[in-house]
Write a protein that binds this ligand. Structure first.
Ligand SMILES: Nc1nc2c(ncn2[C@@H]2O[C@H](COP(=O)(O)OP(=O)(O)OP(=O)(O)O)[C@@H](O)[C@H]2O)c(=O)[nH]1
Length: 375
């Protein structure tokens, strides 16, 4: 064949393949997914507007019995100290070295000196009157003592009653407001998302506010949770925007939408107590232009032990805490922090976080907790 015909045939084949590729790449659905295209610039008004709840199938929590069973198993993993004390007590005829072993175990579990001392005294008294060879009797005594320390009489329900509107509220009905406070990294944003998920499953209408304006990723993280559970998120486009203004917008949007609950996430990075008091106090004050804030949850990382306790004190002085969320209980054998934090702050542990998963948040149940500690 003449070489000119060969060249022409090759050119024609190249043109045909190129044309086909162009047509296929223009077909609907073959464009890049939106998350890898550049972000459209957002105005401040657009950014503080609620993100629309998507209509796609929403992510709902696992059934309650399934969730509780899984959580109990995970909690049992954090309960090393209950089982350890039980096994020493069951030896019968305890020598001084056995009592020292019990004391060390209780202190290591973050029960604190005062609680450990009084628990040791009570256990010693009980051991004198009790047949410590009987494992069931020993277990019953230890269970009763631990339960008394955890205090089942405390009211652990979340205050989600609809508040009376403040005088300044122009329209709408205010939602029950929950403010999430705590040091950075303790799990505030995650807890907001997990809690929203539980409330949505209870048919409550929820709005979330991303008042953690310190870290842009925190607002992104909350928005992702909002999309998963079908909850609008109020946020600001600007990193470092005034958190109080975002919290106010969230409370007002929730009132306008007649939502049941508004959950507001905050930052916890302030270097000093005065700054923290100012910021949290201001957030609460401006939210109360819409309605009183019924629940201020202090989120504490259970693995931080006594250091976490110091932070807890600062937060509770900065803003009146009404309940504690103890996160990361799955990652510690120091379950004693439940007792310590309740005694020091005088407020109940209301929720516990037992993992990073969306369903790893549970109401705190004293009996279930103590049983898990004892294995
Ligand atoms: N194991 C475990 N991890 C948790 C739990 N709760 C939260 N986390 C993880 O802790 C890390 C921090 O959680 P965030 O929700 O971002 O914490 P934050 O307090 O909002 O942090 P800042 O936004 O920096 O203030 C994340 O990796 C979470 O997945 C829990 O109960 N157990």
């Amino acid at each position: 064949m003449d070489p000119i015909y060969i060249v022409l045939a090759v050119l024609a084949a190249v043109a045909l393949v190129g044309g086909l590729w162009y047509l296929v790449s223009r077909r609907p659905g073959s464009e890049l997914p939106p998350e890898v295209t550049a972000h459209k610039p957002v105005s401040a008004e657009e950014a503080t507007a609620p993100t629309p709840a998507p209509h796609a199938t929403l992510d709902l929590p696992e059934s309650i019995p399934g969730r509780m069973q899984r959580l109990r198993a995970r909690l049992a993993g954090s309960g090393g100290f209950g089982r350890a004390v039980l096994s020493v007590l069951s030896r019968g005829d305890l020598a001084e070295s056995d009592w020292e072993e019990i004391e060390d175990t209780l202190l290591t579990a973050d029960l604190g000196l005062e609680v450990t001392t009084s628990l040791m005294e009570r256990l010693r008294t009980q051991a004198k009157v009790l047949d410590t060879q009987d494992p069931q009797a020993v277990r019953a005594v230890l269970r009763a003592e631990l339960l008394a320390l955890v205090d089942p009489s405390m009211d652990r329900s979340l205050n989600l009653a609809k508040p009376a509107p403040a005088a300044g509220l122009e329209s709408g009905t205010p939602a029950a407001a929950v403010l999430m406070v705590g040091v950075n990294g303790t799990g505030k944003t995650t807890t907001c998302g997990k809690l929203a998920r539980v409330l949505v499953a209870q048919d409550k209408r929820v709005v979330m506010g991303a008042a953690d304006t310190f870290r842009a990723a925190a607002a992104e993280q909350l928005t992702t949770w909002g999309e998963r559970v079908g909850v609008p998120v109020i946020r600001s486009a600007k990193e470092g925007a005034d958190p109080a203004s975002v919290a106010f917008d969230a409370a007002q949007a929730a009132a306008a939408q007649e939502a049941d609950v508004v959950l507001v996430d905050t930052a916890g990075r302030l270097q000093n107590k005065a700054g923290l008091m100012d910021e949290l106090g201001k957030i609460k004050r401006v939210m109360e232009k819409v309605a009183p804030v019924g629940e201020i949850l202090l989120v504490l990382d259970a693995t931080t032990g006594q250091n976490g306790m110091r932070q807890a004190q600062v937060f509770s002085e900065a803003v009146g805490v009404t309940g504690i969320v103890l996160t990361k209980l799955d990652g510690t054998a120091k379950g004693g922090i439940v007792v310590t934090v309740q005694r020091e702050l005088g407020v109940p542990v209301k929720l516990v976080g037992l993992g990073e998963g969306a369903d790893d948040l549970a109401p705190f149940d004293p009996e279930g907790f103590v049983d898990a500690l004892l294995g």
